[in-house]
Design a protein around this ligand. Structure first.
Ligand SMILES: [Zn+2]
Length: 120
């Protein structure tokens, strides 16, 4: 049996066959059910698949939270940074396009001069 919580993290009973090596297995503090969750759920608040109460997924020893994009604030920061970079890139593209137009105009003028020269 597996269900997906509002964070899109899959929760399953530890008895289920679909547990991966990377899953975090722990007991629900409310009902004692043995739960297994994808390692990306470490540190997340989830709902127990048995009693439906909110449970904080333990962070396994040795796992660095900074390795994971779990903090919604951090994800937002990354998203904004990505957007900023994207806007910068867009701006650069616009600048390059403007330069290209200028260069094409210059090339056109040069070609006209060359054509004139050849015609003489
Ligand atoms: Zn429970």
């Amino acid at each position: 049996m597996a269900s997906t919580d509002m964070n899109g993290v899959e929760i399953s009973d530890s008895q289920a066959a679909d547990i991966r090596d990377t899953d975090i297995v722990f007991d629900c503090p409310h009902c004692g059910s043995n739960l297994a969750i994808d390692y990306r759920g470490a540190g997340l608040q989830i709902n127990c698949s048995q009693c439906n109460k909110s449970v904080l997924v333990p962070i396994p020893d040795g796992m660095q939270l900074t390795d994971l994009d779990l903090n919604p604030g951090d994800i937002l920061k990354q998203l904004f940074a990505t957007r900023r970079n994207f806007q910068k890139a867009e701006l650069q593209i616009q600048n390059l396009k403007a330069k290209l137009v200028t260069m094409q105009e210059a090339l056109g003028a040069m070609q006209a001069v060359v054509a004139e020269g050849l015609a003489i």
